[in-house]
Design a protein around this ligand. Structure first.
Ligand SMILES: [Zn+2]
Length: 326
């Protein structure tokens, strides 16, 4: 082939790539590439009742019945630009730039005197440490999520095997993959709860993520969605009293995902707020800088983030545990 023909062929290839890239952008903008987070079955939660958020305030100062334990299931590192809005003036002034941010993948154990053992989020499954080829997260997604950076300390299954009590339920903050990575270790019939719209939340990214999320939930109970009753003037968008005794509250804090849920636990050592990914980092929380590009709905996320911070500021006795950092 002479130089002119090579140049022409290259031009044709580049042209085709440009057309393909444009098609992806156009299809993405029209929603044609959107896929739900999971096709796992969903139902309305039979557990918990919607309750005005102000009712929580009346109980906040009373000692609670729940023993709470936060477990570092794994250390990990992800892009800082996803976790913290680097475009925020405070982040710019602090000189924050993108790069690997060390984080933890947690689960929280709630031991209720009569309701039993529940967990918030699921940490990491045993297979991810011992047999990654058998874990729910596979292929391109495992590569893109840099699962090789994961240092597993306490996989959920190993931890559950040491507990004298059976697991009564899983309370999820949301359905992102790094919050369901322990689901494979959850016994099959254990009820699973999350906020409304989590399974249906659509994005082109789910073309890749969904098979992994579906694998993590395969064979498990249907996802029960909290029956929130939206409030216009409340502390949060809505709340559910999970056990009906005011000890554990699901708080609707949408933005990161449509059904993002924080949990307020009235523990034996005082009230504890589990923010979920409404705030991933310690720095972001302390400097009033909301999460970055991992958030699906930015303005809604900022609103929920501010509501959580306002609540914590008004009630300094509430201990705050963030989504991915101590
Ligand atoms: Zn998330």
């Amino acid at each position: 082939m002479n130089a002119k023909r090579i140049a022409l062929s290259l031009a044709a290839v580049v042209g085709l790539l440009v057309v393909a890239a444009l098609m992806v952008v156009v299809l993405g903008l029209t929603g044609a590439l959107d896929r739900p987070t999971t096709s796992h079955p969903v139902q309305r939660s039979a557990l918990g009742a919607a309750r005005p958020t102000r009712d929580l305030l009346a109980l906040l100062d009373q000692p609670g019945p729940v023993e709470l334990e936060t477990v570092d299931s794994a250390d990990w590192a992800v892009d800082r630009s996803g976790l913290v809005n680097l475009g925020h003036p405070t982040a710019k002034a602090a000189g924050l730039v993108d790069g690997d941010e060390p984080i933890q993948v947690f689960f929280h154990a709630l031991r209720h005197p009569t309701k039993g053992l529940y967990i918030v989020d699921t940490g990491i499954e045993v297979a991810m440490r011992d047999a990654p080829e058998k874990s729910a997260v596979q292929g391109i997604v495992a590569g893109a999520m840099h699962m090789e950076r994961l240092k597993v300390h306490a996989p959920l299954g190993e931890w559950l095997a040491k507990q004298p009590q059976a697991l009564a339920g899983v309370l999820l903050t949301h359905l992102h993959l790094d919050h369901v990575t322990g689901m494979a270790d959850v016994p099959a019939n254990t009820p699973v709860y999350t906020g409304p719209g989590e399974a249906a939340a659509a994005s082109p990214l789910n073309l890749l993520m969904k098979p992994n999320t579906d694998r993590a939930l395969a064979g498990k109970a249907p996802i029960s969605e909290w029956a929130y009753a939206p409030e216009s003037e409340g502390l949060f968008d809505a709340a559910v009293d999970v056990f009906g005794d005011g000890s554990v509250w699901a708080l609707w804090v949408p933005g990161h995902t449509p059904g993002s849920t924080a949990y307020l636990v009235r523990s034996t050592k005082g009230p504890v707020l589990l923010t979920g990914d409404a705030s991933h980092t310690r720095w972001g929380w302390e400097h009033d800088v909301e999460p970055g590009t991992f958030t699906q709905d930015g303005p809604r996320g900022v609103r929920s983030f501010k509501r959580l911070r306002d609540f914590a500021a008004a009630h300094p006795d509430v201990e705050v545990r963030l989504g991915h950092q101590h």
